[in-house]
Structures are given as structure tokens and as C-alpha cells.
Design a protein around this ligand. Structure first.
Ligand SMILES: [Zn+2]
Ligand SMILES: [Zn+2]
Length: 882
């Protein structure tokens, strides 16, 4: 136990404790991550190392930290790791920008090294902010997906899935970003709205009538393979199998019928091209149409586009439309709003190209079943996953034509084209640098291989985090995997991270990946809008820490709303959290002045009602907070804790106990000290998940504690007593009301009163209380009674309304007011009670006044005629004799 400094100075305290936690490895995990009975494992998101930890991260990580710290206090072995999802396009693009190069300008390994170097710096700056916010990751459990130890696991999981035929290589239409030059998955395609032009184009009939189609993409005419109409469309009755010449290009296409054609669109006839969109892919496959691919990987037209070869897609759109017009095929154009799929990274509209790629099979049913076994918090977030999963059309394309990512561990035989996939024990391996261990080709005996240059989608890395955390493959086999406790994540990555983890970890282990998914919402700016640099309403976590403290900022985030809901960042919440923390500091400073080394061990204290009450209530609050924390309702937990600490402990109990703490006989004083100690100790531990710095600092100042509060146990005060709580509420309320009465009536708070009487309503739950502390606090003898007090209201003064009396009596107004003030209040009151008018006599004249113009002031008198104040309360009535 040490002296508590006068001032609470978070700027000094927080960095000091952060350093101590690091030095002491306070959050080190040393349990068995795969034992669901003892371990609480957080499947921490490995963020993309952008270099900046924004306020949305701060919310997400605060939730994790609350849960991790709570479970540590509960005695669980908590693994709260931190990974970094390093690979991917944004880093490549950034490095190209920073170095002023294209990735193809330098050898692969050199480019990769540049990406690694860049990523290291980005990670360092984000870690710094995590530290400043007081998050309790175990940095021994840090991982980076760009490290061979990690991506070797990604490769191994790929090999395992390939062994189960869940990975395959095939030519299939894929989403393609022409700017980034790579295939991308459905989840990476974002819809964007744009203005397009609808072109009405005539296709001349070959031995039959012409047909008109409407299209926004004339540049795809070279790729046209059919015309489609709805079978019920009467305009095209009997025209199935008609043949048309494609304008400008001359090849012939036939008219087919398909239920999916929208009759309302344009002329009701559409052209099918390979490929304008996913619908084209479906029609192409169902009707077994030709493949005429006219786009190159970098967004130009190829030689099959004739004169248009070499133009960009946009240039070709314009050139083809112009030529259609010149040649008389273009009948009309009109502007149209359209939604097109674009690359998530660069906003370039995607194209659909048919490519040899690697795919992971998507078993929608299995994913939905596993999702159903998981507890979603809040529950409705599961629906987002269900909708996304049900809408999936294609298997997951996992190959990317990039560099900075996990290499696909496969080689192609140069003699027979056989693809060989690495074995488990070969990983990690970069097939562009090493030959396969198998030596000669198992199919043809050839000895010459080409390593796969395609790399994996980064979600292949991050979709096995639960396996990595559980110790696979070194400590456990796939079959031994047990779901980890918690997956915290944003709702924007339900269709990616949650989906892919359910798919991959699920297929590999046959288990759900986690017990609970905790979804966090977004953080909106102080103005209630989405934060954006252009709006100027962004708030960084560092700002909030600098302005107030990490402990206050974390409380404000917790109180922003239930997990899952969007949270508005409010400076006033940070400020009020900061005031709460200062208040708590002051209570502890006061309390510690009454503690000594023996306080925790005071035996058989003679508790008074106030002590029993605060201890009972602390027990109940601890149990409520525990239930809320178990259910991840951090806002409700913190709110209850704060109300208890501020109202019950600071405002009520401390006031009640002061008399005994300062002037009590030793036994009286000990009971108050012990109760105060117990409750401060409970509050400190309940607060530790939310405001870990201040809680730890307080803890070290309390006698009888050892080490950090974060290695302590959840409080087990076990002093719940319903009657004690009810009696204490009465004492606390009476105290509050009497003190409020004193200040409202101009008495100092320590003013002596003649007497106080508590009247309990007959039959109320409480009919008697221990009045010792109340009496000390309000400086009065206190008596307890049952029933209604016998008091009467006595008129004591009369007052007339000048604004009415003046105009009515003009020159006589002064006389009337004078007469009123001299009249007997009881007589005036009697007149008021019996009629609407009051009659006054003055200077021999009689005056009639409207009764409404006159007020009679009344006061209570006790039976014996003494002046008394009557205060109504929840439990009954309090009489105050001043
Ligand atoms: Zn792109
Ligand atoms: Zn071969």
C-alpha cells in the first residue's frame, strides 16, 4: 500500500503502465489454446497494415479487449493474439507508387522484399496506437501472414483441400480487373452506379426479317454469339432459329428463347456476348454457345475485334457506336442509369474473362449449417451471411496474377501439362524458385517443370486464423481442432472474412470455427455522419487519448451503443468518462486515507445497515456486470457500474460513513473501513476491463493486493442480502432528501437540525432502519415511526397580485394591498375555501377581490405546533424539524 498522489494524471500514468505490462508480460498466454474448458481464444482480426489505426478499429479492438480482460479476471486462459494480414494488391500499388516502378520492372523476389519492408513500417505505427489505447494483446502471439511460418500454413491448408478435391484448376469465366491485371473474387466486386447510353441497333436478317436489340455495350458486338428473346414475347412468335448478321463484324448468330430475358428492356431482344456480365455466362453455358473472347487482360480489344484491335474498351465503345451510326445500323440512343461491378481496389469496371484459374469449391449448404451453429451477436447479422451465401453463383477463384501473396504451391510439367501440387512437408515453398520434391512427372516421367507464378487471394491466408491460433499443425491435427471462443469483426467483412473462414476452417476440420461472432458497427463522426476526410469530421484515436485519456476514450466507445449498432463518436461522452475517472480517483484518495495494512483482514466487523447495504449492492452489481459481460453487452455493464460507483458509493455511502470514519469508536470505524475497502476493491476490478490503466493504478495503492489488477480474480464479495439492500436504499434516500432540503432552504449541509422523523408507509417492505449513520450525516436525532405523520398546514402569510389589483383599484390599490398584508391569513384562507371572492374592509370602505388574485402561504405545523418540513420519499414521509 502506497500513498495515493493528489492528482490523477493520465498522461503520466497511462504510458507508464503500458510499459510495465510489456515488461512484465502481464498478458502472456501460457495455456492450451485448444482446450475449450480452460482457454478463451480471441480470433483477432489481422488488419491490413495501412499504417493507420482508425477510430473504427479502436471500437472493434475495444470490444475484444473488454472481453479478453473480463475473461482473464474470470480465471480463463486468455489468448488475445495480434496478426497482420500483409499480402495484397494495395501494398503492391503503394510500393509501385513510392518507388516509381511497375512490379514487372524488378525481379519477383526483389519486389516482394520491397513490399515486406514497406509493410514492417506500417505495422509499427499501428502497434503504437494499439499500445496507446491500452489493448492487451499477447505480443508473443503476434503473427504476420507474409512470414514463411504463416504462409507455409496457408499452403499446407491448400494442399489439404486439394487432397480432398476441394481445390481445382479449370478454365472458367472469372471477374477480371483490367487495371490491376488479375482475377478477383465475387466478394471483391463492388457495385457502382454510372450513366450509360442505351444503343438501339438493327441486326440484318439472313433470309428472314431484321431484329432490333438494345445494348449499353456496343464494343461487345465482336463477342456476340446469339440473340435471345422471352418465349412468351408475341413480337417474336415463330422466329426461333432466325439468323442474323452481326453489324460491322459480319459473323452470323441465331435467335434463341430463354425465360430469363426481360421483355420490358428495350425491344425485348438482347444480344448474348462472351462475356458482358454473369447472365451472359449462364446463357452461354446453358445454351452451349460459342466462345468469342475479344478483350485482353489489360483492357484492350484483341485481334478478333478486327479494325478495333488495340483500342481500349472505352475507345472501342465510342468507335463502334460511331461506325454503327455511319453505316445506318444505329436507330436511336438514350441515356440510362446503370449499376456495374467494379474492382474493390481501383474502381475500374470489371470484365468477365474465361481463364485457367485455381478455384476452391463452395459448398453453400455446409457453410450455412456451420453458420447456424455459431452464436451471432447481434443475432440479425447471421442473415447477412445467409443472403450472401445464397446468392453465390460461382466457386471461389483464389488465384491472383500478382506477386506479394502466398505462392500457389504447384508446378506444371513442361512435357505433358500435368499439374503437380506440393506435399505437406514441402511447405513453405515458392514454386518459382524451387522444383517439386517429386522429381520426375508421375504422369509422363518428364523432368522439366514450370513453377506456378499465380499467387493466392489474401483471404486464403486469413481464413485459417482459428487453426493457426489453436496450434495447427505443430500442436494439433485438423481432426483435433476445437472451435475458438470469439470471432470479433466488422459487418463489412461478413461476406468475406466470416464467409471464407466458415468455408475453409469448416471444410478442413468439420467443425464450426468459433463459438461466438461479435459484430461491431461503424463509428460515425461527432456530427452524426459517416467519418470522411472531405467532410472534416474524422476523429483519430490518438486525438481522443491526447485530449483526455485512453481510459476515457474506451468508456465513450463502450457506451456508444450495443455491439453491432453504429456508434456516434461524442466528445461529451469522453469528457464525462474523464470526469467519472477523476471522481473515482478522488474517492480512492479519500478512502485510502482511512485504510492501513490491516484493513483487508479486519475480522467480524460490526456492520451497520449502511455497510450491509453497500456491500449487498456491490455484490449484486458485480453479478449483473458479470452477466452483461458474458453476453457482450458492454454498454449495459459499464452503465450499471458507473451509476453504482458514482451515485451509491461516492455520493451516498461515503457521506454516510464519514461520521464513523472520522469520529467513530474503533469498532464502528473498522466496520466502515472494511466495507469501504471491500467495495472499492470490487469497483476497481469491475472497471479494469474498461479503464485498465486507472484500475491498475488504484489496485497497486490498495492494501493487501499483489501485482496487477489484470491478474487478479473477479470479485466474489458474496454479501448479497435483499433486506439489507432495501434498508440501505431508505437510509441513502433519506440522507439525500434531507441534504437537498437543507441546500434548498439555505442551510449549510452541516447545520444541526432539531429532529428528523422517518414515517414508513404501513405494510411497506421496510419498517425500520439503523439510523446511526443517517443521524451523523444530517446532524440530527432521527426517530422511526409508522403510518402517516400528524401534521397540519397552517396559513401564515397573504400576498396579493399587484398586476391585477393595481389596474382594478387604481388610486386605492395601495390601501387594498396594505389591508391584505394586515389581514388574518386564516380568515382569508377560509374565504378562499368557501367562494370565488374575498371581501376586505379598509378605511371604512369594502373591497371585493377575485380570490385568484390572492395567495395564502401555508406551513406545516407538528402536533405540538412546532414548525416542520414534510418531505415525501419512496418509502414514506420524512419530517424535518429545523
Ligand atoms: Zn483493380
Ligand atoms: Zn508430365
Amino acid at each position: 500500500m502506497t500513498q495515493v498522489p493528489d492528482d490523477y494524471d493520465p498522461a503520466e500514468l497511462e504510458p507508464r503502465l503500458q510499459q510495465r505490462w510489456l515488461d512484465d508480460e502481464t498478458y502472456r498466454f501460457d495455456g492450451d489454446a485448444n482446450d475449450p474448458d480452460t482457454a478463451y481464444v480471441v480470433d483477432t482480426p489481422p488488419p491490413y497494415p495501412t499504417g493507420e489505426l482508425h477510430i473504427g478499429h479502436a471500437l472493434n479492438w475495444s470490444y475484444m479487449d473488454f472481453a479478453a480482460r473480463f475473461h482473464r479476471l474470470q480465471g480463463d486462459d486468455v489468448l488475445f493474439p495480434q496478426g497482420w494480414d500483409c499480402h495484397g494488391l494495395p501494398t503492391e500499388v503503394k510500393v509501385e507508387e513510392n518507388e516509381g516502378i511497375q512490379r514487372t520492372d524488378v525481379p519477383r523476389d526483389e519486389f516482394r522484399e520491397m513490399c515486406v519492408e514497406h509493410t514492417r513500417h506500417q505495422i509499427d505505427s499501428m502497434k503504437e496506437t494499439m499500445r496507446e489505447l491500452g489493448f492487451s494483446q499477447d505480443w508473443n502471439a503476434e503473427f504476420r501472414t507474409m512470414d514463411p511460418e504463416y504462409w507455409g500454413k496457408t499452403q499446407q491448408s491448400f494442399v489439404e483441400m486439394a487432397d480432398d478435391d476441394l481445390v481445382y484448376r479449370d478454365e472458367h469465366p472469372v471477374n477480371w480487373c483490367p487495371r490491376c491485371g488479375t482475377a478477383i473474387a465475387d466478394a471483391e466486386v463492388e457495385p457502382i452506379d454510372r450513366e450509360g447510353t442505351l444503343h438501339y441497333v438493327t441486326f440484318p436478317g439472313a433470309g428472314n426479317d431484321d431484329v432490333e436489340i438494345a445494348t449499353t455495350r456496343p464494343e461487345l458486338l465482336a463477342a456476340c454469339v446469339a440473340i435471345a428473346v422471352h418465349p412468351d414475347d408475341e413480337r417474336y412468335d415463330g422466329r426461333e432459329d432466325d439468323t442474323f448478321e452481326v453489324p460491322l463484324f459480319g459473323h452470323e448468330v441465331e435467335l434463341i428463347e430463354d425465360e430469363d430475358v426481360d421483355q420490358e428492356f428495350g425491344s425485348g431482344a438482347v444480344m448474348i456476348c462472351t462475356f458482358g456480365d454473369k447472365q451472359d455466362v449462364t446463357w452461354w453455358a446453358e445454351h452451349d454457345l460459342d466462345l468469342r473472347a475479344v478483350f485482353t487482360e489489360d483492357g484492350h480489344l484483341n485481334e478478333d475485334a478486327g479494325d478495333y484491335a488495340g483500342l481500349t474498351i472505352d475507345e472501342a465503345k465510342e468507335a463502334v457506336a460511331d461506325d454503327l451510326d455511319d453505316e445506318g445500323y444505329l436507330n436511336d440512343t438514350e441515356p440510362t442509369e446503370q449499376s456495374v461491378g467494379a474492382c474493390w481496389r481501383c474502381d475500374t469496371p470489371i470484365e468477365i474473362l474465361s481463364k485457367e484459374q485455381w478455384f476452391v469449391e463452395v459448398d453453400k449448404e455446409a457453410i450455412l449449417e456451420r453458420a447456424d451453429e455459431v452464436e451471432w451477436i447481434p443475432e440479425h447479422m447471421q442473415q447477412r451471411l445467409v443472403e450472401w451465401t445464397e446468392g453465390m453463383d460461382w466457386d471461389w477463384v483464389i488465384s491472383r496474377q500478382r506477386v506479394f501473396a502466398t505462392p500457389i504451391p504447384a508446378w506444371e510439367c513442361n512435357d505433358c501439362g500435368h499439374w503437380h501440387i506440393a506435399t505437406d512437408d514441402e511447405t513453405p515453398v515458392d514454386p518459382t524458385e524451387e522444383p517439386p520434391a517429386v522429381g520426375s512427372c508421375p504422369e509422363c516421367g518428364g523432368e522439366s517443370w514450370t513453377g506456378e507464378t499465380d499467387v493466392m487471394d489474401t483471404w486464403m491466408d486469413s481464413s485459417i486464423t482459428p487453426l493457426h491460433l489453436s496450434g495447427w499443425p505443430l500442436d494439433i491435427d485438423l481432426a483435433e481442432f476445437e472451435p475458438v471462443s470469439l470471432r470479433p469483426q466488422g459487418h463489412d467483412i461478413i461476406r468475406t472474412w466470416a464467409f471464407y473462414t466458415l468455408l475453409r476452417t469448416g471444410e478442413l476440420t468439420g467443425e464450426k470455427p468459433w463459438e461466438n461472432v461479435l459484430v461491431n458497427g461503424m463509428v460515425f463522426g461527432p456530427d452524426g455522419n459517416k467519418m470522411s476526410k472531405s467532410r472534416g469530421n474524422t476523429v483519430s484515436p490518438e486525438e481522443a487519448v491526447e485530449e483526455y485519456s485512453a481510459d476515457a476514450a474506451r468508456q465513450a466507445l463502450a457506451l456508444g451503443g450495443q455491439p453491432g449498432s453504429d456508434v456516434q463518436f461524442q466528445w461529451k461522452e469522453v469528457k464525462s468518462a474523464s470526469r467519472f475517472l477523476t471522481k473515482l480517483w478522488n474517492i480512492v484518495k479519500f478512502a485510502s486515507g482511512h485504510f492501513d495494512e490491516d484493513t483487508p483482514d479486519i475480522a467480524d466487523p460490526a456492520y451497520r445497515d449502511a455497510d450491509d447495504w453497500i456491500r449487498a449492492k456491490a455484490t449484486r452489481v458485480a453479478s449483473d456486470v458479470e452477466a452483461e459481460m458474458e453476453a457482450y453487452r458492454f454498454d449495459a455493464a459499464l452503465r450499471e457500474l458507473r451509476e453504482f460507483a458514482w451515485n451509491d458509493l461516492a455520493d451516498d455511502y461515503v457521506e454516510l460513513a464519514k461520521g464513523r470514519l472520522y469520529n467513530g469508536r474503533p469498532g464502528e470505524r473498522d466496520a466502515a473501513r472494511k466495507a469501504l475497502y471491500d467495495v472499492v476493491s470490487v469497483v476497481t476490478r469491475l472497471l479494469a476491463p474498461f479503464s485498465p490503466h486507472l484500475a491498475d493504478e488504484i489496485w497497486t495503492h490498495l492494501p493487501g493486493t499483489e501485482g496487477s489488477v489484470h491478474t487478479a480474480d473477479w470479485p466474489a464479495l458474496d454479501a448479497y442480502d435483499e433486506d439489507a439492500e432495501a434498508r440501505g436504499e431508505v437510509i441513502a434516500e433519506a440522507t439525500r432528501e434531507i441534504r437537498a432540503w437543507k441546500s434548498a432552504n439555505g442551510y449549510p449541509l452541516n447545520a444541526d437540525l432539531d429532529d428528523v422523523e422517518l414515517y414508513f408507509d404501513p405494510g411497506a417492505a421496510v419498517e425500520n432502519v439503523d439510523t446511526y449513520d443517517l443521524s451523523e450525516t444530517v446532524n440530527a436525532p432521527v426517530r422511526v415511526r409508522t403510518g402517516r405523520p400528524n401534521v397540519e398546514l397552517v396559513p401564515i402569510d397573504v400576498d396579493g397580485d399587484d398586476a391585477e389589483i393595481g389596474p382594478e383599484f387604481r388610486g386605492d390599490a395601495g390601501i387594498v394591498l396594505q389591508a391584505l398584508s394586515e389581514a388574518d391569513p386564516a380568515v382569508i384562507q377560509a374565504q378562499k375555501n368557501s367562494g370565488d371572492t374575498i371581501t376586505l374592509e379598509a378605511d371604512g370602505e369594502e373591497y371585493e377581490l377575485d380570490a385568484e388574485w390572492v395567495t395564502v402561504e401555508e406551513e406545516y405545523r407538528a402536533e405540538g405546533g412546532e414548525e416542520v418540513a414534510v418531505v415525501e420519499t419512496e418509502f414514506g414521509t420524512v419530517l424535518v424539524y429545523p
